[in-house]
Write a protein that binds this ligand. Structure first.
Ligand SMILES: [Zn+2]
Length: 162
């Protein structure tokens, strides 16, 4: 279990560095990220969210789970889909639960990267998994879902946030 970093922590606004060593430390990190995501009842978690500025994320959503190291994201279907989205790093001050807001995302994406042993992986997704991939990829670029909201909606989220 690792401590989750919240909005306002500079690590969430810093582009992450590529993973260079596919070693035991990486495998332990991935295991810890899974444990942290599950304990927090999340569907995805990126390195910067636990203060690790490395390009990797884990996910568990829509009966699909996995991890991707050094991901590249390709938009296959740019049609905009707006659905409720939240983030473990943007919890409400009072409840501690993620704050949700309708967030625009592309309808379909493909993520290419590597697994914990350095083997190439590729996942094509639509729906909530595609949304999750775009959300987690944003974290690796130092972006948050609130950046994609209309200004007024983002302002309301910020006011309620931790
Ligand atoms: Zn997030």
């Amino acid at each position: 279990m690792r401590e989750i970093r919240y909005l306002g922590d500079p690590v969430l606004r810093t582009p992450a560095e590529p993973v260079t060593a596919f070693d035991r430390d990486l495998r332990r990190l991935i295991d810890e990220m899974f444990a942290t995501m599950r304990m927090a009842d999340g569907v995805g978690l990126a390195g910067p969210q636990i203060g690790v500025g490395k390009r990797l994320f884990v996910y568990d959503i829509s009966n699909r789970q996995g991890h991707i190291v050094n991901p590249e994201l390709v938009i296959d279907d740019p049609a905009e889909v707006v659905e409720e989205e939240g983030c473990l790093s943007v919890p409400a001050r009072e409840s501690g639960r993620p704050l949700y807001a309708p967030t625009p995302r592309a309808a379909g994406v493909t993520v290419r990267g590597f697994d914990r042993l350095g083997r190439p992986v590729q996942v094509t997704a639509r729906g909530m998994l595609a949304r999750c991939f775009q959300h987690e990829f944003d974290h690796l670029e130092g972006r948050l879902y609130v950046d994609r909201l209309p200004r007024e909606t983002a302002r309301k989220i910020m006011q309620q946030a931790h």
